[in-house]
Ligand binder design. Structure first.
Ligand SMILES: [Zn+2]
Ligand SMILES: [Zn+2]
Length: 138
């Protein structure tokens, strides 16, 4: 995704386009999932004077406006990603990487609603395990 497309996406979420925000989205497009420390490092490369608080504030508003999504990983710092179609996450307990896997959760949602009487509006699923690379290089 080029800078203009990212800028358009920011505007579509009623977010002002700033160089830091462009850099944050660009980094997430490149790496998929990054925590705040990693994003701070990325933004600092092109904007050496940026503070951690500024990156934090940007992440908060971009998440609030639905451009980004925060993925909570138990026992680790949250990672952020550009919001996309519903999917679940795989977390490798050895190397720490986080990957997306698109699985249709509508059956699980329907089943949860049927059994509980809730109207389910969202879910956060993180599956923990060992990735293929780690399984092969032990
Ligand atoms: Zn791994
Ligand atoms: Zn994801």
């Amino acid at each position: 995704m080029n800078k203009e497309a990212i800028a358009e996406n920011l505007r579509a979420h009623t977010l002002k386009v700033t160089p830091q925000r462009l850099k944050i989205v660009e980094s997430l497009n490149t790496y998929g999932h990054l925590n705040i420390d990693m994003l701070y490092r990325e933004v600092k490369e092109s904007h050496p004077n940026v503070s951690l608080a500024t990156v934090y504030k940007n992440l908060a508003i971009m998440t609030q406006n639905g451009l980004l999504e925060e993925v909570k990983i138990s026992g680790h710092k949250s990672v952020f990603e550009v919001k996309k179609a519903p999917h679940i996450h795989l977390h490798c307990s050895r190397c720490g990487k986080i990957e997306d896997i698109e699985i249709d959760l509508s059956y699980v949602k329907a089943e949860a609603e049927k059994r509980s009487g809730y109207i389910v509006s969202g879910s956060e699923a993180v599956m923990v395990g060992v990735c293929p690379e780690c399984r092969h290089n032990r």
